[in-house]
Design a protein around this ligand. Structure first.
Ligand code: 5GP
Length: 116
């Protein structure tokens, strides 16, 4: 499977579609998920073009993982969550729906999915 530059996240990164940006630098865009699995569900989207983990440039992964960690620490603190899930899916059978590499950070509130 190859990278399709017309995917939704590529359009968001190009500024062609709106999003709720939390943070942005040269490496990645951090935004809120439009259909959150819990309060504070956040996505870290590397700017380097890859379909998912399977075709990602190792250098791009090295560049983005410290940011994933920083967002995780900040998100747990800001939301008061009891725990935090890091999720990342590769190909449709595994649950991937947007085919540009991204990392989900999903706060968990004492086992409650939405943490209202
Ligand atoms: P995947 O299943 O590919 O790992 O997750 C894609 C995620 O992107 C889903 O959680 C979905 O809610 C989110 N998403 C899809 N389209 C948009 C969009 O246009 N904006 C934002 N902010 N999130 C989106």
């Amino acid at each position: 499977m190859s990278y399709d530059p017309s995917n939704i996240f590529a359009k968001i990164l190009a500024g062609e579609l709106p999003c709720h940006t939390v943070y942005e630098d040269d490496v990645a865009l951090v935004m809120m998920d439009i259909f959150p699995q819990s309060r504070g569900h956040t996505l870290v989207i590397p700017k380097a073009a890859s379909r998912n983990l399977l075709d990602a440039d190792p250098a791009a992964l090295s560049a983005v993982m410290p940011l994933v960690q920083r967002v995780a620490v900040a998100l747990k603190s800001v939301t008061g969550a009891d725990g935090l899930r890091l999720a990342q899916f590769n190909e449709a059978p595994a649950g991937q729906t947007v085919f540009h590499l991204h990392f989900h950070l999903i706060p968990v509130y004492d086992g409650a999915e939405l943490g209202a």
